[in-house]
Design a protein around this ligand. Sequence first.
Ligand code: ATP
Length: 630
Amino acid sequence: ELIKLSKEHQHDKPVVVSSKIPYATLTSILEKIENESSRLKIISILSQFFEDILSASSIDKLIKIVYLVINRLGPDYEPDLELGLGETLLIKAISEGYGRATSKIKSDYKEVGDLGLVAQKSRSGQPTMFKPQPLDIDTVFANLTQIARSTGKDSQSKKIGIINKMLTACDPKTNEAKFLIRSLEGKLRIGLAEKTVLIALAQAFVNHEKKHKVHADELSKAEDIIREAFSQIPNYEVIIKNASEHGVFNLLDHVRLTPGIPVKPMLAKPTKSIGEVLDRFQHEEFTCEYKYDGERAQVHVLPDASVRIYSRNSEDMSQRYPDLISIITEFSKQQELHSMILDCEAVAWDRVQNKILPFQVLSTRKRKDVNEKDITVHICLFAFDLIYYNGESLITKSLAERREVLYNNFTTIEGKFQFATKKDSSNLDELQLFLDQSVKDSCEGLMVKMLNGTESFYEPSKRSRNWLKLKKDYLAGVGDSLDLVVIGAYNGRGKRTGTYGGFLLASYNQDSGELETTCKIGTGFSDEDLTNLYNKLHPTEIPNPRPHFVYDSTNSNAAPDVWFEPSLLFEVLTADLSLSPIYKAAHTEYGKGISLRFPRFLRIRDDKGIEDATSSTEVAEFYERQAHVN
Ligand code: ATP
């Protein structure tokens, strides 16, 4: 096997004439991405690299490379593949691996705020007696997987042992040590969005398959296909293998919904009034359902009769919900149920008074190692959609048809399994009453959905205008709460001394991958919240803003006292949005950024990742709709 890098990358490393791909080849690409702010250039760097690997027919290696680039070792839904080792362990490993005192490593770390750089510096300063066997992709991937999987009492020393070996093998003339440590930390810090990786993959496949010059519309078609395939099967191995075997343009004929693999859930757009809903669905048939306030639960029954439950974020929550597993297992015993994917909201339920309990109660439920007999917070599952049933995907059936299959094959068990309460009406007064009733019944408001035709198909991963949410509490503001990334904080004064007194929040620009500042927030926090947030965020402080933070660096009011490595989302309310001289959300569209006025903290959103934050485009949409109404 001969792996030749294209001309563009040849100067990075000598052409590789072996079946191994040096780890340094990958880290030089990561370095380029880190130093590049143009998203188009990043896509081009990545797609060229992926294409080189494809040309060498190294499908297996391409899969590993893609995972290393997104700092994962397998699909999100597979447990025990998380990296994210603590700094104490890594400091110990660097110290042992490179023979430097931990105190030195610690003081360097304090100075530069990046253990990767500290490792790199330690490596360069260390004399090398002999040249060790260079690291390659397969070895690094296998070692990282072993580290992620190792548990038990000896696991710490085992992990350090593996890391030490790898650190010693890092070539001081490359940046391997830097990226290796960052990977282990679970913080690659190159600001690369998953969407960018999918586009780069699509381009790589098209360029690889087509000999002639590729048309822009071919590229965008391939991008749509890869994105659609990934939203149905978020698994790079399945996508890459099928695209390479059948061609990227035939991918969707081969990648099918599969119970056991979570589908990226369909999402809704916010609305501010029933009037707005009626405008949108003017000539269409639609249906309203209660919007339950719990946790999204995608329930899978596999052909082997096992049951799994996935979160909004595709994480396997089966361990957390043994009670739900029992309910579903009962169902599948009673009927001819071989396989299914059911979209539900899991809601806390008061078994004495037979009613829904608020989300706050659900959030007190234990998250790990739940024993069915110890459960105190009971759950009722409210089913609102059926995506797959007995071997058949239903996503290209209308909602009316999907519902029919759901209603015909399942029955209500009060307080355990119920259908989402619904009303099919387009009468304004009736809808108003239904909205009020939903709130009396402890729901957040309504979900309004297209009922018939192709527009009512289930659209995995899309925030679709065919699903609208109408949240009663937020109708007075912009119609919804926003989920924003915490990128900085201000030191507390007076009563708040010793914790942070306020935070700098940012929206996520889905096109550029940048985090654009939207507001400073200091309202809505209890003293307890502030203490907890300090403990949570203090370890993520970084000395300088990351290159993908967009803030006004010319204005001394715009920078916070401390910056954070992005890790946390706040759900916040706002009175309204306005164009701002300081903040930057959607600034490329408006010249000025949009900011939140009188923001108020509601809670931490730990079921969402950074890329699930409210996007800058959504902030702009909120702003536009507000202007339209005023
Ligand atoms: P938020 O939960 O704050 O509204 P989100 O981004 O998680 O934000 P949205 O698209 O805004 O999700 O709202 C849809 C969410 O509402 C779903 O993810 C689901 O958890 C919940 N939900 C409750 N009842 C329903 C229902 N009848 N149909 C669809 N989703 C529902």
